[in-house]
Design a protein around this ligand. Structure first.
Ligand code: HEC
Length: 278
């Protein structure tokens, strides 16, 4: 793995970069989290990862009942098998991920060398390529099973994205993600922030709009609506379709930068994937 990455091991480097006097990621993070803590004073940091189920009592009860026999359990088992099954060259996923599936808290990170945000699905396919295995399609299917097992083994770890001030290009990727989140999209001219910040907690048809803080902690998700597991980027596309906006490809630069911003905004919220949503 490249040494030039904005990862946890680079905390020292990150800390040595002087904090900008102007509003930067750290100030954004404070503002973002204070907003939700004020709006939902009864919701604990850990509960924010449960989305709408943290703030709506009725939906919460149904969800808790479903979680007693979680529909994602077979996929976690399949993911565990895939994790342990050797590639043709005898290596396994463990050889790419520091020997343990419990590393989800390190994703996404900014790779200074490659000048891009590396997400977990990208890292999984990089691992496969390195070991002569074909890439898995993104969004659903086998890749989400491997992710589900890794998420399960990472439960309880805190979201801890290194501050994008670690590198100027990382900061630019973060700023692009932030701009996208606050930008009006599609025919209905709604931004992510409209629904998941300004109107968080309000009803939209049969849904309660979840707070943006905690949006990244519980992927992949088994959605009853999908009848299978899906990724965070698949959810982004679903929301864009809702406002008749331009859908992007899974793992496109736009979505990776968005994920980078949004995950940093959830720093401190414990990982609780895989998740279930209706
Ligand atoms: C018109 C309102 C609307 C807009 C705009 C919107 N969403 Fe959503 N979003 C929803 C609804 C409704 C749901 C399902 C209920 C919930 O969890 O909030 C949802 C769910 C989500 C979830 C899953 C939450 C969870 O707990 O699993 C994520 C992540 C998400 N949206 C991200 C985004 C992003 C990123 C954007 C901007 C590209 C966006 N949304 C724009 C309405 C919206």
């Amino acid at each position: 793995m490249s040494d030039f990455i904005c990862r946890i091991t680079f905390l020292f480097l990150a800390a040595s970069v002087a904090a900008p006097a102007l509003a930067g990621p750290q100030e954004d993070l404070k503002e973002f989290q204070a907003f939700f803590e004020n709006r939902f004073p009864d919701v604990s940091m850990a509960e924010f990862g449960n989305g709408a189920y943290a703030i709506d009592e009725n939906m919460r009860e149904n969800w808790l009942a479903t979680e007693e026999f979680p529909p994602y359990e077979p996929m976690v088992d399949e993911g565990r098998e895939a994790w342990n099954r050797p590639f043709a060259n005898g290596n396994t996923y463990a050889d790419c991920f520091d020997g343990t599936p419990g590393v989800v808290q390190y994703y996404p990170y900014y790779d200074i060398d490659k000048k891009m945000v590396i997400t977990l699905p990208l890292a999984i396919n990089e691992c496969r390529a390195k070991n002569g295995a074909p890439a898995l399609p993104y969004g659903k299917g086998e890749i989400t099973h491997v992710m589900a097992y890794m998420a399960f083994e990472s439960r309880g770890e805190l979201t801890d994205v290194v501050s994008p001030t670690c590198d100027p290009n990382a900061l630019a990727a973060y700023e692009a993600g932030k701009e996208y989140w606050y930008k009006r999209q599609g025919q209905f001219q709604f931004s992510c922030a409209h629904c998941h910040k300004t109107y968080a907690g309000s009803k939209l048809r049969t849904d309660v709009l979840s707070p943006g803080m905690g949006h990244t902690t519980h992927w992949p998700v088994y959605r009853a609506d999908w009848g299978e597991m899906g990724t965070l980027h698949r959810r982004f596309s679903g929301c864009l379709e809702m406002v008749r906006g331009r859908v992007r490809d899974e793992q496109s630069e736009t979505f990776r930068n968005l994920e980078y911003f949004l995950t940093y905004m959830s720093n401190g919220v414990p990982l609780n994937g895989p998740g279930y949503r209706k």
